[in-house]
Design a protein around this ligand. Structure first.
Ligand code: IVH
Length: 641
């Protein structure tokens, strides 16, 4: 008897402890995944979780449905069950640009005035609006009964969706149990998406495993949710944001859209933190335009902003037309990805001889910019993604970076597409290419005298962070090299105005100007010259450090690899590269000739006295956003100075 009582006591104690642990762990998960403000460290969380797992293993009958160990459950027995929506899940009307937004607003006001039998002008000041980012993922409805997550269903065709509860339970910011006083029934609507960072990480993984990459975060999220194996979904960093509701029983919905979002937040659901309330459609239009400019400021792909009437009573008064409500509209941004035909793959030879492929595209407008060329990374990447010449490809533009080819649309193939062969020889000098010694994915032209390499080197030498030669841009460099006037860097300092005047496009004045700006570069600091020489791995910063440490080109040339490596911040790879550059016979740039031609090869006084002691000394400067009249690297240089 005593033993039986003891066992009872054990079970009661285990039940209580399990209850405590589930509550505590779920609370921490909410702080971590929803509030983004954890209050304990990962190790402590893991210790508590391990304790819960042990107790559950000893008492399987006590495992709770809302236990954090129950996120990954069994796969559904028979695929996806169809589930009808009690209230249809509507879609949104679209507005592209401010004009269509204003037109939507006018229709809405006219409709409302007509319904109420009043003058439209009388309505206008009373209307308020809410804007939210339009997340580019997939819509689902979560059903909570007495606070417990019982079902998750995709939007489907709006009337009937698919039961994806097994996948949705694995999403860390979807509460398995609501916080506080939950109604008897709450249907929460929102979007499941993959943050951009998680998307990049996922694709890296897939490339490593030799699997197909996902074209965009939306496809990745949709593909993951429709996985039958919940373990697969659990591995991927999906997130959920709530933006509305379906049925509610046992509670009253708040009176406004922003009130709804606040309420959902109190119940433990994640909502967007970028919601705004507006008093006029003009303000709404401004906010939408702002969003289009700042869409990349958040780690989520958004394809527009959703504009909603703020007042929920007014929303139901307005009702819907067809499958879309009158009270909301999607202000759509120009897409950042488009498809177009890959006409050819060409290669470019870089300053160090690296041969990189790029895409020649049928011109296509991507978010307001006409794209003709795009990055293709390297030959291995092209093969892995099976990109063929003639393919319809997906092109993406993001921020200031060069557009990228994401991958082919295989379904669009006609059969005439051709796999690409990496060149065997350099397109500029016909020298057989070699795989790079350090990075074998890269092909390299080993010919130090390759004309394409010379072009890139002269461009680099004349660049703003190097010798900063005004008027010596890409076009002029190509002309000088093409006419045979410049066959090496020192040749620049031998150019005469008379020679230049004979070239097409040059006049007396422009020829004299170019000679003068080349002449002015003779007195540049040593750090700039060193950077301009184009030694592999020697960026502008390292070049400056070397100039300060050695004081002259002569001294650096005489230094051993060990002496170079002894400089603070310089590792073995850079040291080896510098030593090899100076040891080459002849050196890639005849620097002694430069000295003879009057180019400064010693450190200037300001390069030797260690900088410091200024007001910004030791501070970290962060440069973000767009700068007017300054490139990012110029801003960096200015901050460092
Ligand atoms: S409200 C009746 N709000 O856009 C209104 N939708 O094209 C229903 N979406 O299926 C939607 N973010 O998947 C709303 N903040 C947001 C949204 C949003 C994304 C999606 C949703 C919907 C689609 C409509």
């Amino acid at each position: 008897m005593a033993g039986a009582t003891g066992q009872h006591g054990d079970v009661a104690a285990a039940r209580a402890r399990i209850g405590d642990l589930v509550e505590t762990l779920n609370d921490h998960a909410w702080r971590y995944y929803v509030l983004d403000a954890p209050t304990i460290d990962d190790a402590t969380y893991d210790t508590l979780l391990a304790e819960l797992e042990q107790l559950e293993a000893a008492h399987p009958e006590l495992v709770r449905a809302d236990s954090p160990t129950r996120r990954v459950g069994d796969r559904p027995a028979s695929g996806f069950a169809s589930v009808p929506h009690a209230l249809p899940m509507l879609s949104l009307q679209n507005a592209r640009g401010a004009d269509e937004l204003v037109a939507w607003h006018e229709r809405l006001v006219r409709h409302l005035a007509g319904q109420r039998g009043v003058d439209p002008a009388a309505l206008e000041p009373a209307l308020e609006w809410v804007t939210e980012p339009k997340l580019d993922g997939l819509a689902v409805q979560l059903a909570y009964e007495h606070g417990n997550l019982v079902r998750a269903v995709t939007r489907g065709d709006g009337q009937v969706g698919e039961d994806v509860t097994h996948s949705v339970r694995t999403i860390r910011n979807v509460p398995l149990r609501l916080r506080g006083s939950a109604p008897a029934l709450l249907e929460v609507r929102g979007e499941i998406f993959l943050p951009r960072s998680g998307f990049a990480q996922l694709n890296e993984q897939r490339i490593e495993r030799g699997e197909d990459v996902f074209m965009n975060p939306r496809n990745a999220a949709a593909g993951t949710i429709r996985q039958l194996d919940p373990a697969v979904a659990a591995e991927r960093p999906l997130r959920f944001f709530a933006y509305g509701f379906g049925r509610i029983e046992g509670a009253d919905a708040p009176a406004t859209q922003d009130g709804v979002l606040d309420w959902l937040g109190e119940l433990g659901l994640a909502t967007s933190s970028e919601v705004a309330v507006h008093a006029s459609i003009g303000e709404v239009a401004e906010r939408c335009a702002w969003w289009e400019q700042h869409r990349e400021s958040i780690d989520v792909d958004i394809d527009g902003a959703v504009v909603k009437v703020r007042d929920l009573v007014l929303q139901s008064e307005l009702g819907s037309v067809g499958r879309a409500p009158r009270w909301a509209v999607a202000y759509k941004f120009a897409p950042m990805t488009r498809t177009t035909r890959l006409e050819a793959i060409e290669v470019k030879v870089g300053r160090t001889g690296a041969i990189t492929p790029y895409a020649v595209l049928e011109p296509v407008e991507v978010a307001g910019v006409t794209v003709r060329h795009a990055n293709l990374h390297n030959a291995q990447d092209i093969a892995r993604k099976d990109i063929r010449v003639g393919d319809t490809v997906i092109v993406q533009r993001a921020g200031e970076v060069i557009p990228q080819v994401i991958g082919p649309v295989r379904d669009a193939r006609q059969g005439s597409e051709q796999p690409w062969q990496a060149p065997q020889a350099c397109p500029a000098c016909d020298t057989p290419v070699e795989p790079d010694r350090e990075d074998t994915v890269v092909l390299r032209c080993p010919n130090a005298a390759c004309p394409a390499r010379l072009l890139r080197l002269v461009e680099h030498f004349a660049g703003r962070l190097a010798m900063d030669i005004d008027g010596l841009g890409e076009r002029i460099v190509a002309q000088l090299v093409g006419e045979g006037l410049v066959t090496s860097i020192p040749d620049l300092y031998r150019l005469t105005a008379a020679e230049l005047e004979r070239l097409e496009g040059f006049q007396e004045r422009s020829a004299a100007n170019l000679v003068a700006s080349i002449d002015a570069s003779r007195t540049r600091p040593l750090g700039r010259l060193l950077f301009g020489l184009g030694i592999r791995h020697v960026g502008d910063r390292i070049a400056q450090d070397l100039a300060t440490a050695f004081g002259s080109l002569e001294a650096l040339a005489a230094a051993s690899r060990e002496e170079v490596e002894a400089v603070e911040g310089i590792g073995p790879v850079i040291a080896e590269s510098v030593a090899a550059w100076f040891a080459a016979d002849p050196p890639p740039v005849a620097w002694r000739e430069l000295h003879e031609l009057g180019v400064n090869t010693v450190a200037l006084p300001e390069e030797l006295s260690a900088p410091g002691g200024g007001p910004l000394d030791g501070e970290v400067v962060v440069i973000t956003g767009t700068l007017e009249g300054m490139s990012r690297s110029e801003a960096k240089a200015a901050a460092e100075a």
